[in-house]
Ligand binder design. Structure first.
Ligand code: SME
Length: 138
């Protein structure tokens, strides 16, 4: 992705910043990484507002559900979700794409948007491609 004198975390943080600045409805972009021993997600590099949700148990919120389902989760309207962890009242929608390394779901790319229903299949295909590239860093 970038010159190899950047650490992986720096590359991922720069990627988050790039995505957020390039797409107007990508308002918070970050990675969570799974600890499969104690079934929790841990916040990794991100770009956007600070969040209190640095550790999320598997099953909790959109992110926690993706840790268990291993599938993309597109939420057009977060207010319609029961199992949702609000980071900010400005967030209207969310997309979470699992990150697979050698077939194992090691975490996810999480994007919050201030726009209602902005994510299309094109976002899913694009972000799957991004994660496919990110997986090469592991
Ligand atoms: N909304 C997420 C929590 C993480 S924040 O969006 C950064 C969820 O429901 O899992």
């Amino acid at each position: 992705l970038q010159k190899k004198d950047f650490s992986r975390d720096e590359k991922l943080k720069n990627l988050c910043k790039y995505l957020s600045e390039r797409v107007d409805y990508y308002n918070w972009v970050g990675f969570y990484f799974a600890n499969h021993e104690n079934r929790t997600l841990h916040l990794g590099p991100y770009y956007g507002a600070e969040t209190d949700h640095t550790i999320i148990p598997f099953g909790k919120g959109i992110c926690g559900q993706v840790a268990e389902s291993n599938a993309n989760f597109v939420v057009p309207d977060v207010s319609a979700q029961d199992n949702y962890i609000a980071c900010s009242i400005t967030v209207k929608s969310e997309i979470v794409i699992p990150l697979f390394v050698n077939g194992i779901n090691i975490g996810q790319l999480d994007i919050d948007s201030h726009t209602l229903n902005p994510f299309t299949a094109a976002d899913e295909r694009f972000l799957e491609f991004v994660n496919h590239e990110v997986a090469k860093l592991f």
